[in-house]
Design a protein around this ligand. Structure first.
Ligand code: NAP
Ligand code: HSE
Length: 424
């Protein structure tokens, strides 16, 4: 039986899952690939750390041992971060290895150079796990949906924030309490910034948009807002309006450029993404032939992420066996512009605390009117004789006009506070 050597760069959450899954599936590889996959070396940072069920003779702290091992044909990068992962992947490809990676941070910045280097060396660079963990979305976009012109991709691609918003919505929790619960359950990291500020989702959306629209989108192209300002009160209004608040990554291919952002959004209760609860993820897209399609599942965690990584390893092994590595590489054959964020049109929900006296609403309406913001709905709730809570829902308006209007509203003395601005 032919053996295909595998080297792991990293044995943390995902690496351990990959190690377990390759072991569990070892017997069927003969039938699915026609070869055995053999883990020959594993790079770790701390070689002395005890690792349950792992043969310690496989561990190394020297990545060159993996690159220089001629029996290793597939390198799996599951260590994360920009450097040294970037150098290791490039060196592995140049040394003639096929590479599988789950590293969204790196791919969202340097996807082009990684894919080009793979192509130049005639090797596979596969990264299904980098977007939405266990949910298949990269391969569907590159292969199953290749006959479509994709116009929209939107998704819940961060489990931590979806869990927090679900607790806020279903248990009436405030953000801080829901975050604490997410940390207790191990969803949120000790430093939750990348999740709650939308950065993790932005990286995933940049990768998805690049593939969906065949044009490179990088992390810095994505307008990014997190969920730290969403309150239980906003969620209560969303319920009143038959909506739910979700942190969405949204990418659209429009006539005048790609629109791409991550932000909390009030979506209709009957939208397919509204029913995605807890730490689950989902990606919803529209193609001219397939129409609407949605992909749902676990976006993170040891075994769901390992599921995607091992799928890629099996694909690379099949390509090696058939002598067809580098069959599908970079698919960005266009150079579409990224639309400046100010030109993107959105609807807004604005909640503010105002002085409760005649003429206040008229002065707010005047500012909106002067900045081309058309109002769809106004709801006023009295808090006390001096203070009222005002909710205004606008029609679609360019982001730049809304920003200017909000700037001017800040200077009106009868407005105590603009409490929330959420897109609808
Ligand atoms: P992790 O638990 O922190 O594991 C990282 C592993 O890499 C550890 O084994 C660590 O060694 C090793 N490592 C890190 N830096 C190293 C260095 N400079 N030299 C040698 N070894 C090094 O990370 P993870 O959660 O498994 O995530 C891995 C990758 O998968 C990241 O790119 C992440 O974004 C991506 N991803 C993760 C998930 C998820 O659910 N966790 C989901 C999708 C994608 P030690 O064990 O010695 O510390
Ligand atoms: N922290 C991410 C999430 C998982 O909460 O979805 C890793 O991509």
């Amino acid at each position: 039986m032919e053996k295909i050597g595998v080297g792991l760069l990293g044995l943390g959450t995902v690496g351990t899952g990959v190690y377990k899954l390759l072991g569990k599936r070892a017997e069927v590889m003969e039938h699915t690939i026609g070869a055995q996959l053999e883990i020959r070396k594993i790079l770790v940072h701390n070689i002395n750390k005890k690792r349950e069920g792992v043969d310690p003779s496989l561990l190394t702290a020297d990545w060159r041992e993996i690159i220089e091992d001629e029996e290793i044909q597939i390198v799996v990068e599951v260590m994360g971060g920009m450097e040294p992962a970037r150098t290791m992947i490039l060196e592995a490809l140049k040394a003639g290895k096929n590479v599988v990676s789950a590293n969204k941070d790196l791919i969202a910045e340097d996807g082009r150079i990684l894919l080009d280097t793979a192509q130049e060396n005639g090797k596979d660079f596969l990264f299904e796990a980098a977007v939405a963990g266990g949910i298949p979305i990269i391969r569907p976009l590159k292969q199953c949906l290749a006959g479509n012109e994709i116009s929209d991709v939107m998704g819940i691609v961060n489990g931590t924030t979806n869990y927090i918003l679900t607790r806020m919505s279903e248990d009436g929790m405030e953000f801080e309490d829901a975050l604490k619960k997410a940390q207790e359950l191990g969803y949120a990291e000790a430093d939750p910034t990348a999740d709650v500020e939308g950065l993790d989702a932005a990286r995933k959306v940049a990768i998805m948009a690049s593939i969906a629209f065949h044009s490179r989108v990088v992390f810095s192209d994505v307008h990014t807002e997190g969920i730290t300002k969403v309150t239980a009160r906003d969620i209560a209004y969303a319920k009143e309006f038959d909506r739910v608040i979700k942190l969405l990554g949204v990418a659209r291919n429009t006539e005048d450029g790609i629109e791409v952002g991550v932000y909390p959004m009030m979506i209709a209760k009957d939208h397919p993404l509204a029913s995605v609860r807890d730490s689950f993820n989902a990606v919803f897209l529209h193609g001219d032939a397939v129409d609407d399609a949605m992909f749902y599942g676990r976006g993170a965690g040891e075994m769901p992420t390992a599921s995607a990584v091992v799928g890629d390893v099996i694909d690379a092994a099949r390509d090696i066996r058939s002598g067809c590595t580098a069959r599908i590489s970079c698919t960005c054959y266009r150079e579409l512009p990224i639309k400046p964020w100010g030109e993107v049109r959105n609807k807004f929900f604005i909640r503010m605390q105002v002085v409760n006296q005649p003429g206040v609403l008229a002065s707010i309406a005047r500012v909106f009117g002067e900045h081309k913001v058309s109002i769809e709905r106004v709801v006023q709730e009295h808090a006390d004789p001096e203070r009222a809570e005002l909710v205004i829902v606008t029609e679609q308006v360019k982001e730049k006009y809304m920003e200017r209007a909000l700037g001017e509203l800040q200077s009106i003395s009868s407005i105590h506070e603009i409490s929330s601005v959420i897109r609808e």
